[in-house]
Design a protein around this ligand. Structure first.
Ligand code: SF4
Length: 213
C-alpha cells in the first residue's frame, strides 16, 4: 500500500478504535499477519476453547490454520467429514467457548459493528455467550457511518457472498441487492452492535490490507 494512503487509513483506524473504547470494546491495529497472530495469542491463552463464525477473512489471514496449530480446543466447523448435524452442534457450542472468532461486514468510524447473516448463528454468538469475541477486520471494512455500512453490504459484501455460494438470487445477476425474498436469500438477520455491557469481551483487531468481503 502507498505510504500516504497507509497514513490516511491509519488515522481512520485510530478514530474507530477510540470510538470502540467509548462503547466498552477494545480495538487493536496489526501492521501485518505476524502482528495479528501475536495479538490473538495474547488475548487467547493455550488450553482455551474456541470456535469461529463463517468468515473468508479468517481463511485469508491464516487464522483458521493458526487456531488448528495451537494448543486449543478448537470446535472447527470447517473440518473435513463433518455432517450437517455435527456442524449444528458446533454452532451451539459457540455459546460456551472462551473465544469466538469472526470478522464483520462493516464497522463504522463511530465504532458500530454491522453484520448481516443468513442463519444468524454468527451474529447470535457475537451478541451473547462466548467469554471473548475476537473480530479480525481488514481495514477495507471501515466505513464512515451506518448508511455506508448498509450500502457496503448491499453493493459488495452480500452479492459477493452470493457469488461464492452460487445462490439463485437477483443479486447474483445484477451484482447489487434488491432486498429480495428469494428462497435462496442469504440476508435474514441484520444487526448493529452498539457496545458491550461487559468490558474485555469484544475485541476488534484491524489488520492492514484488504481481507474478506
Ligand atoms: S437480500 Fe437478496 S438480493 Fe439482497 S443481497 Fe441478500 S440475497 Fe441478494
Amino acid at each position: 500500500m502507498d505510504n500516504n494512503v497507509k497514513i490516511v487509513v491509519k488515522k481512520r483506524v485510530d478514530k474507530t478504535i477510540k470510538n470502540l473504547e467509548k462503547r466498552n470494546m477494545s480495538g487493536y491495529y496489526a501492521n501485518d499477519l505476524k502482528e495479528l497472530k501475536e495479538i490473538i495469542d495474547r488475548l487467547i491463552p493455550d488450553n482455551s476453547s474456541v470456535t469461529v463464525g463463517g468468515s473468508m477473512t479468517l481463511f485469508e489471514t491464516g487464522i483458521i490454520d493458526h487456531l488448528r496449530e495451537r494448543d486449543l480446543t478448537f470446535y472447527d466447523r470447517y473440518e473435513e467429514g463433518l455432517t450437517p448435524e455435527d456442524i449444528k452442534e458446533i454452532y451451539f457450542k459457540a455459546f460456551g467457548v472462551d473465544g469466538y472468532f469472526a470478522s464483520t461486514n462493516a464497522i463504522t468510524e463511530e465504532g458500530e459493528i454491522y453484520n448481516v447473516d443468513g442463519r444468524g448463528n454468527r451474529v447470535a454468538a457475537m451478541i451473547y455467550g462466548p467469554e471473548k469475541v475476537i473480530l479480525v477486520v481488514g481495514t477495507n471494512k471501515i466505513v464512515k457511518d451506518l448508511d455506508e455500512a448498509f450500502e457496503r453490504n448491499r453493493r459488495l459484501a452480500a452479492p459477493a457472498n452470493v457469488q461464492r455460494l452460487s445462490r439463485k438470487t437477483p443479486c447474483h445477476t445484477t451484482g447489487y441487492c434488491t432486498r429480495c425474498n428469494s428462497p435462496e436469500k442469504i440476508c435474514h438477520a441484520h444487526t448493529i452492535i452498539d457496545g458491550q455491557m461487559i468490558k474485555d469481551r469484544m475485541h476488534v483487531i484491524f489488520v492492514d490490507g484488504y481481507y474478506g468481503y
